[in-house]
Ligand binder design. Structure first.
Ligand SMILES: [Mn+2]
Length: 331
C-alpha cells in the first residue's frame, strides 16, 4: 500500500459519517465511482451520504439502491450545514479536484473545515483535498478507486464491480479511446471475473434511448458543419430543440462522439445553449490538438482528448470563440 493509500484509509477509518460527491453533470465515471464508494464505505460500517450537484442521467440510476439527493433540488446550499449532510466528518470528492466543477457546493466547502479526501485522475487541480489520491495516468477515476480498494484490501462486491466497470468503460468510450491501456483491460477483466456482464451493461447504457433523446440526436446531426478541410466538426443545440423534442440536458451525453465516425474529423465541438443563456462547450480531439488548452483559455479544463468549458452566449459568439482557437491549432 502506498503512503497516499494509507493516509486515505486512515482518514476513512477515523470518520463515521461521510458525504460523497462528484463534479456537476455527472458522467458514467462520476456516477460509477460514487456508487462503488458508497457501497464500499457502507460495508465498513460508515454512514454514507451521496450527493449530486446536478441531476443524474436516467440511464445511470440503476447503479443506486435509492435516488441520490441533488443539491439545489432536494437540499439548498444554505441548508446543507443544518441538514444531515452537515453531520458528516469527512467529505469525499471523486473525479474532480476543481472548484469550477463543484458549482454552489464550492460555497459550502469554503465555509467548513471538514477533512476532504479527493480521488481523481485529472491534471487540472485546485488541491482541494486534505489527502489526495490523484493519478493522471489513469483512464478513469474508476481505475484509481479500483486500485485503492485493492491496496486497502476492501472487498469488491458484484454491485461495486458493476459500478466500476461502468466508470471505466464510459471514460474510455467503451474501450475505444486511446486511453484504453492494458491496465484498463486488466482491471475490466478482473471486474468481469467478479461476476458482471459487459453485454448487459452495454445494453443498459446504449440501447435505452428515449424517443426524445434520439430525436435530439437527429437534430444535432442534421446541423453538423465541417470546417478546415473537414478536420473540425461543429455541432450545436439550442434551448428550443429541447422544448421541441422533450429531451433534457443530460440526454446530450456522448453525442459529441458521433461525428468522430467521419475519417477527416480531428477536433469537434458540441455547443449547448443552457437555460441561463450560457453555452456549455464540449471538445474532443483525435490527438493532434490538445483540447484541454482550448478549454483552459475560457476557464474550463479536462484532458488532451476531451475537455469542456462554459462560454458566454449566444451560440454564434461561442462558435467564433472556439473556431478562432481551433484555427490557430489546426493550421
Ligand atoms: Mn473521469
Amino acid at each position: 500500500m502506498t503512503d497516499m493509500h494509507q493516509q486515505a484509509l486512515t482518514l476513512i477509518e477515523n470518520a463515521s459519517d461521510i458525504l460523497i460527491t462528484t463534479h456537476t453533470r455527472p458522467d458514467g465515471d462520476a456516477c460509477g465511482c460514487v456508487a462503488a464508494l458508497t457501497e464500499a464505505l457502507r460495508g465498513l460500517g460508515k454512514t454514507v451520504r451521496p450527493l449530486f450537484l446536478s441531476p443524474v442521467p436516467s440511464w445511470y440510476a440503476f447503479l443506486f439502491d435509492e435516488p441520490v439527493p441533488v443539491l439545489r433540488t432536494d437540499v439548498q446550499v444554505e441548508e446543507l450545514a443544518q441538514s444531515p449532510f452537515g453531520r458528516c466528518d469527512l467529505i469525499l470528492i471523486v473525479d474532480t479536484n476543481s472548484y469550477s466543477q463543484l458549482p454552489h457546493f464550492e460555497e459550502h466547502l469554503k465555509r467548513i473545515d471538514t477533512p476532504i479526501l479527493v480521488i481523481d485522475h485529472h491534471v487540472t487541480s485546485d488541491g482541494l483535498g486534505t489527502v489526495e489520491i490523484v493519478d493522471p495516468t489513469a483512464a478513469a477515476a474508476g481505475l484509481v478507486v479500483y486500485d485503492f480498494f485493492r491496496a486497502a484490501g476492501l472487498p469488491i462486491t458484484a454491485k461495486m464491480a458493476e459500478a466500476l466497470f461502468v466508470a471505466i468503460a464510459t471514460d474510455t468510450g467503451w474501450f475505444q479511446f486511446n486511453n484504453t491501456t492494458s491496465r484498463v483491460y486488466r482491471c475490466a477483466a478482473d471486474l468481469i471475473d467478479l461476476g458482471i456482464s459487459p453485454t448487459d451493461l452495454y445494453d443498459r447504457l446504449h440501447h435505452t434511448y428515449s424517443q426524445a433523446r434520439f430525436r435530439l440526436l437527429v437534430t444535432m446531426l442534421d446541423r453538423l458543419e465541417l470546417h478546415l478541410d473537414g478536420r473540425y466538426a461543429v455541432q450545436y443545440l439550442l434551448q428550443e430543440d429541447f422544448v421541441q423534442t422533450g429531451a433534457v440536458y443530460e440526454d446530450t451525453e456522448n453525442f459529441i462522439n458521433e461525428c468522430h465516425r467521419i475519417a477527416s474529423v480531428v477536433v469537434s465541438t458540441l455547443l449547448v445553449e443552457l437555460k441561463d443563456g450560457r453555452i456549455r462547450c464540449s471538445l474532443r480531439s483525435r490527438g493532434a490538438v490538445d483540447v484541454s488548452e482550448i478549454a483552459a483559455r475560457f476557464g474550463g479544463g479536462g484532458h488532451k482528448m476531451a475537455a469542456g468549458t462554459f462560454l458566454p452566449g449566444p451560440i454564434d459568439h461561442a462558435r467564433q470563440l472556439i473556431f478562432h482557437e481551433v484555427t490557430q491549432r489546426l493550421p
